[in-house]
Design a protein around this ligand. Structure first.
Ligand SMILES: *Cc1c(COP(=O)(O)O)cnc(C)c1O
Length: 437
């Protein structure tokens, strides 16, 4: 529940269990039972029946019996992660997290104030995960005017007393930097009982591991498969990385970015150097410095916390670090490329025209890069991270005249909303928190 570790770093599990021998036993489990089997390996402080009911409650809000169904489309397999209440993959983790926090807080008879930064989908999914919960308040920082109107409305029209939306006049990186800075003040954090639900939270990574396994079973347990993941904060694909380390036979993790390609450049050159944030048609991925990347570094740097610290200190000082590998490509587990907005739009068009299948712009980035880089004669699984109706602007650009709607979004623009608009000013945000926690 603490989000960042006490020294400002990220938490990782003591060890990652190898489940290769259990894969055949888990065959045939439904999503909930598979989630229980996997999560159980990482948690020993919650009773079995409590964990089970938590999982059941969390995924009862999904509108597909498979929770995260795999859909064959042309030559690829699309893993649809958008069947939760806010229509984005973040619901998979955040429905669980809200219920998990509630159970722990009741147990400890305490309260929590969640502080989060979002480029769009995290905020609404986090809000949907905790709305109306007595022991939790949530404060969401998001870049004013940089999320899609529907995304913003998914947050600001939730009027429960425990929900606070703060629209900052800056970029998502500004929101994230400000949040990190507040969290690094441990005294302030403790006094105001602040916690995080951003993708730095380990429980989110954990919940996301489940669908990689579940998808593999839906594919019929192929000997190997490739997975393409549209990537922003490196949370989703990091879960895939953990699944692979657990023994799931993922051949390559295909990391797809939009024009914010710091990670694609890293996996092609070994150099980690941010550029300026570019605003794209896939706004949930308009991120330069990905928080979960630090976790990945831990495994790449021999599970040495001090080497990660050295790397990150270097990065903060020089804004450019090269990882010390002999080869140009730092990691054979990953292949990576970026997609332009034009390629994204073209992909949306192509899947609509050829297969009558609608993909959102983030998913399109993953499909474009995935199909371009995938050369192995094995199944290609493309993760679909949002329902297209959430991103009207890109969908209109790609498919003018085609109506793309979803009942969960209908009428959202007419509902009353509540938000607090603020400059990128840490003092002002702290003041607001003190007054409202
Ligand atoms: C958050 C998000 C992503 C990026 O996922 P990360 O875990 O941050 O890499 C991609 N697509 C959509 C729709 C998202 O909401």
């Amino acid at each position: 529940m603490m989000g960042l570790a006490l020294d400002g770093g990220l938490l990782v599990p003591q060890s990652i269990p190898d489940v290769s021998n259990q894969l055949s036993n888990w065959r045939g489990l439904d999503y909930q039972d598979l989630a229980f089997a996997i999560m159980r390996l990482y948690m020993n402080d919650i009773a079995d029946d409590v964990l089970k009911s938590l999982i059941n409650k969390s995924y009862a809000t999904f509108d597909d019996p498979l929770v995260t169904p795999v859909n064959p489309v042309g030559d690829i397999h699309v893993l649809e992660l958008f069947h939760g209440p806010t229509l984005a993959f973040k619901d998979v983790a955040l429905q669980f997290l809200g219920n998990l926090f509630e159970v722990i807080l009741e147990d400890e008879d305490s309260h929590l104030n969640i502080l989060g930064a979002t480029s769009g989908d995290t905020g609404s999914a986090a809000i949907a995960g905790v709305r109306g919960k007595d022991r939790i308040k949530i404060f969401i920082l998001y870049p004013e005017g940089k999320t899609s109107p529907l995304q913003e409305r998914q947050m600001t029209t939730v009027l429960d007393d425990n929900i606070h939306n703060i629209a900052l006049q800056g970029s998502f990186d500004d929101c994230q930097t400000l949040m990190k800075s507040i969290f690094s003040d441990l005294e302030f954090k403790r006094k105001n009982r602040l916690g995080a639900v951003n993708s730095v939270n380990w429980a989110r990574v954990l919940a996301q591991i489940v669908y990689y396994f579940h998808a593999w079973y839906q594919l019929g347990c192929p000997e190997k498969f490739n997975v393409s993941v549209p990537t922003g904060n490196f949370g989703n694909i990091f879960s895939g990385f953990v699944a692979k380390r657990m023994g799931l036979p993922i051949h390559r993790l295909i990391l797809a970015t939009n024009s914010n390609d710091i990670l694609a450049r890293f996996f092609n050159s070994g150099r980690y150097r941010p550029g300026d944030v570019q605003f794209s048609e896939s706004p949930a991925m308009d991120i330069q410095v990905a928080s979960n990347f630090e976790r990945y570094l831990f495994y790449k740097l021999g599970q040495s916390g001090s080497r990660v610290t050295e790397f990150m200190d270097d990065f903060v000082r020089k804004r450019s670090v090269k990882i010390n590998y002999n080869t140009r490509k730092p990691d054979a587990d990953f292949i990576s490329a970026s997609a332009t907005d034009e390629e994204t739009i073209k992909t949306i068009k192509k899947y609509h025209e050829q297969y009558d299948y609608l993909v959102d712009p983030h998913t399109a980035v993953g499909i474009h890069v995935g199909t371009a880089l995938h050369t192995d004669n094995i199944p290609l699984l493309c993760l679909s991270t949002a329902y297209p109706a959430k991103f009207e602007k890109a969908m209109n650009r790609a498919l003018p005249g085609v109506e793309v709607t979803h009942p969960a979004l209908a009428g959202l623009l007419d509902l009353p909303e509540r938000k607090e608009i603020m400059p990128v000013d840490e003092t002002a945000v702290r003041q607001y928190l003190v007054e409202h926690t």
